[in-house]
Write a protein that binds this ligand. Structure first.
Ligand SMILES: [Fe+2]
Length: 239
């Protein structure tokens, strides 16, 4: 299918994803079987817990690339927790965008929408960076606050829904929230946010089928191909 997975914890020993290279390779196998052709390896950057640096992520991607199956391309990135000095650390290269493109994954703290989020999005956009808010359907506030989410999108942020939210892997409430977001046009793309090969695997095809069944091919293609494809185009343009 040539799916593009922009959010995947696949690098060994960097966060709560795979702990060994063997497990990373199993994940690559699952992804390839599912029809994924491009994966962004996006470990957490979360102060106090996962202090991954851009240079370390790039070098780990280089290692994993040596074992890459033929039909797959691997890119670097990070699942970046919102912090006040994010822009400064991005400009110093400590925090990477998606493979050096103008797009960056941005994860909110679990329970709150930080008061400085608006100004952070504004300043990132001013610098030409588009933040992609990861899994708002799993965020305690945003999952019900569609007006708030819509406001963040109006400022230029994009929203990424997690495939397993759509297929019910995180429960009915989160499944319903993701469907409502898609229905209201608040979702921009779907990614796996995979962490391992079995419980949270890099699989997109099941969610694609669900979205196609409920919302039609045009919306499914936008969420799984066209919008992630814009990021790929930017990656290729800048590399
Ligand atoms: Fe993640």
């Amino acid at each position: 299918m040539n799916f593009i997975d922009i959010h995947c914890h696949i690098l060994p020993g960097m966060d709560d994803g795979p702990s060994t290279m063997e497990e990373s390779l199993k994940m690559l196998e699952v992804a390839e079987k599912d029809g994924i052709s491009c994966i962004f390896a996006t470990p957490h950057i979360l102060d106090g817990l996962y202090s991954n640096k851009g240079s370390e992520i790039i070098s780990s991607v280089g290692n994993l690339k040596k074992h890459l199956p033929g039909g797959l391309e691997l890119f670097y990135g990070a699942d970046v927790r919102v912090i006040p000095d994010l822009i400064h650390r991005m400009e110093s290269g400590e925090i990477p965008t998606l493979n050096g493109s103008d797009y960056m994954l941005m994860e909110l703290p679990e329970f709150i929408v930080p008061p400085h989020l608006d100004s952070l999005i504004f300043n990132l956009r001013h610098k030409g960076i588009t933040p992609i808010i990861t899994h708002p359907e799993r965020h305690l506030r945003l999952m019900h606050d569609h007006k708030g989410l819509s406001g963040l999108r109006d400022m230029g942020a994009m929203c990424q829904i997690t495939a397993m939210s759509i297929t019910g892997g995180f429960g009915r409430e989160i499944m319903r929230a993701s469907f409502t977001m898609i229905e209201r046009g608040l979702a921009d793309m779907v990614a796996s946010d995979a962490h391992n090969h079995d419980r949270r695997p890099p699989i997109l095809s099941n969610a694609y089928k669900e979205v196609k069944k409920h919302f039609g091919e045009k919306i499914a293609d936008a969420l799984f191909f066209h919008n992630p494809g814009r990021i790929m185009e930017d990656v290729r343009r800048q590399s």
